[in-house]
Write a protein that binds this ligand. Sequence first.
Ligand SMILES: NCc1[nH]cc(CCC(=O)O)c1CC(=O)O
Length: 308
Amino acid sequence: MKTVSVGTRQSALALTQTQWVMDRLRKLQPDWEWRVEKILTKGDRILHVTLSKLGGKGLFIKEIEGALLEGRIDLAVHSMKDLPAEMPEGLAIAAVTPREDPRDCLISRSGAGLDELPAGAVVGTSSLRRQAQVLVRRPDLVVKPVRGNVETRLRKLEEGQFDAIVLARAGLSRLGLEDRITEVLAVDKMVPAVGQGALAVQCRGGDESVFRLIRRINDPETEKAVRAERAFLHAFQGGCHLPVAAYAQVEGEKVLLDGLVASPDGRRVLRDRQEGNGAEEVGCRLAEKLLRQGADEILSAVRAEVER
Ligand SMILES: NCc1[nH]cc(CCC(=O)O)c1CC(=O)O
């Protein structure tokens, strides 16, 4: 009997996601023995530094990719939005799972939505993308960083450290915490992170039997949407630590991509849309549009600030 080790981060969200993927794969291949291997990543270990200062890219991924390359695990389940654009040689994304609701949501203590929070209310988020878009709409709010997994952030909210926090709906629903949501933020209020709501299943490219099995749970429509979004992000050499957002919808052959680049203080916002048939081409075209409008200037300032 073949034994397959599935690597995952240790958070409740990561474990739930891994279990979901594993259950589907086990049904397709009940003869193999399936086991979970929990891996502690740098991003989980270092909680006292803000994410953008830690350097962002691949923080939750590197150790897991290392374990794959060394053969300690055979596949790994990641939140697509935590996955950097570049992947080590020898690894492959064999499947992208059907996307759940990609939207962000607001959880507030008083029950007030984003437009109703009182001036000066404190919103917790460590994402420059979320920070920028909160401030675009509500420059009178105060954004403060919050770290930790979903449950930790909810606890910090309850303790009164914040009046509201912003989290992905997909994560909350996977954890059965949807009842905590105050307001689901429409995509035009808060453009989601690249890949938000989708999972990536990764393995060694040369591991044919595992690759072929995983491939069977791939969702081609989500894969195409995510390819457009990731091409857009890649054009800025960025990861989830940049104030860059994109959301693609696939309609038949067509991809409709909405993208945003904003300054962290929300004072400058570039937003545009591109459609076409080729996912990567749509992503690159949209990035070129925003670069012509000054995206580079905004992002260079962010990079200088982060490296300071
Ligand atoms: N960066 C942490 C992370 N990675 C993926 C999700 C949510 C689930 C998803 O987007 O698939 C979250 C939590 C959050 O941002 O609220």
